[in-house]
Ligand binder design. Structure first.
Ligand SMILES: Cc1cc2nc3c(=O)[nH]c(=O)nc-3n(C[C@H](O)[C@H](O)[C@H](O)COP(=O)(O)OP(=O)(O)OC[C@H]3O[C@@H](n4cnc5c(N)ncnc54)[C@H](O)[C@@H]3O)c2cc1C
Length: 393
């Protein structure tokens, strides 16, 4: 049996930060939408990933009247703590407006966004299986899925927002010849480690000849650590003892609390952009359209930016029958995406090239070290760096 009598304005596929933010913004503008999420609410609310909402994204929530309800956590400190060959070198960046940013764990942001969306009467359907998109180039696309009880359902809509990440169904529904994929592989991976270990600083990044290491606070009692490693590394090779030993070696100091390690994952560093970010009435948002290396802490912030641009475009179309912002959606977002990709690629190369020479050699190491010094020596270089970090450039 298929229930086919549902209609809405926007079907949002995926309830990550992009989908939920879009849903919250549309709802506040009185626009109907349905969010379909493959996973359970519990799973989505506990999935740990990013931790930085940059000042630009935080300002967006404030302007939409949602900052108090969705943003949690410590304010963004305008300091990056670098540890170079065992010596701490804080870098205080100067921008005109860094104050809004938050160290807000992604799962906290997601939980808050779900509370806002559902609390405001939003229609969010978890455990939606077998989502398929149909007739996306026609005037009224359809989305079919199975609900949590296994009942087949169909929703007809004006627009589909593909917010289902890099491996979702949305981008896969676009014929290959309609999309260009631009990709760059950095040649190394990060072992990402979630541990019950309080951080002394919001962030600490180590450059060392054994490779890059990072520690980022995830709330008052936990940290996420990152360790650069070869692409052919396996999680099994990284015992807990080896992880702590490597962290201590690269930071050049003992770790005060070596708590429980709750998770280990290997992430190959890469940049990917799909162009265009729309096909017919299907629009791609967030990781469904682009991936930035985690060094830059921009992935979640790009997803939030896409949601902002798309929500504004839909509202303009519905309220004023003006399609111009929908037509320029892809170009508007891609300009911002490439700007962030440029910063992310530069920062990723800088931090890794300055350390372990076995990847890109001594010449690149010296170049990276020189660029690093320029951040401290040149007010202009330092200011520009701060503006990119905060998303204000
Ligand atoms: C270890 C790690 C650390 C990171 N650190 C940072 C950081 O510090 N700062 C930062 O800005 N970014 C960071 N990122 C990147 C950031 O997490 C992503 O860019 C962000 O989650 C993208 O949000 P999204 O909403 O586009 O996609 P997602 O968060 O991936 O959400 C997609 C949603 O779609 C659902 N879905 C998938 N397929 C389907 C389907 N077929 N049907 C229905 N639903 C579906 C998924 O279950 C999921 O809920 C990090 C990523 C990782 C992995």
């Amino acid at each position: 049996m298929s229930v086919t009598d549902e209609n809405t304005t926007v079907v949002i596929v995926g309830s990550g930060v992009a989908g939920l933010t879009l849903g919250a913004f549309l709802l506040r503008s009185g626009i109907d939408c349905v969010v379909l999420e493959r996973r359970s609410r519990e799973y989505v609310e506990q999935r740990q990933r990013a931790g930085v909402v940059d000042p630009r994204a935080a300002r967006m929530f404030r302007e939409r009247g949602l900052a108090d309800r969705v943003l949690d956590g410590a304010p963004f400190e305008p300091v990056l703590n670098f540890r170079i060959d065992g010596e701490t070198r804080p870098f205080r960046y100067v921008t005109d407006d860094h104050v809004d940013g938050r160290f807000c764990p992604q799962q906290v942001l997601v939980r808050n966004l779900i509370d806002v969306f559902v609390g405001d009467g939003g229609d969010l359907r978890f455990e939606a299986g077998d989502v398929t998109l149909e007739d996306v180039t026609g005037p009224r696309p359809r989305v079919r899925y199975r609900d949590s009880a296994g009942v087949p359902r169909t929703i007809t809509c004006d627009f589909i927002a593909g917010c289902d990440g890099d491996r979702g169904v949305s981008r896969a529904s676009i014929p290959e010849e309609e999309l260009t994929r631009h990709a760059h592989e950095y040649g190394y991976a990060w072992l990402t480690v979630l541990a019950d270990a309080p951080a002394n600083h919001q962030s600490m990044m180590a450059v060392h000849d054994r490779g890059f290491a990072g520690q980022f606070a995830r709330g008052p009692r936990a940290s996420r650590f990152y360790l650069q490693c070869p692409l052919d590394s396996t999680v099994e090779e990284w015992t807990d003892d080896r992880i702590w030993e490597e962290i201590e070696a690269r930071f050049g100091e003992p770790v005060a609390v070596k708590g429980r390690i709750a998770g280990k994952t290997l992430v190959p560093l890469r940049s990917v952009v799909h162009d265009p970010m729309s096909f017919g009435r299907l629009y791609l948002l967030g990781d469904a359209a682009h991936i930035v290396p985690p060094m830059s802490a921009k992935g979640m912030n790009l997803a939030l930016h896409d949601a902002d641009v798309f929500a504004t475009a839909v509202v303009r179309q519905i309220e004023e029958q003006d399609a111009s912002l929908l037509e320029s959606y892809s170009a508007t977002c891609l300009k911002h995406v490439w700007n962030y990709q440029a910063f992310a690629a530069w920062f990723t190369d800088l931090m890794h090239d300055a350390g372990d020479v076995s990847y890109h050699g001594e010449f690149r190491r010296r170049l990276a070290r020189a660029e690093f010094e320029r951040l401290y020596d040149s007010e202009t270089a330092g200011r520009l760096f701060g503006e990119f970090l905060t998303g204000l450039n």
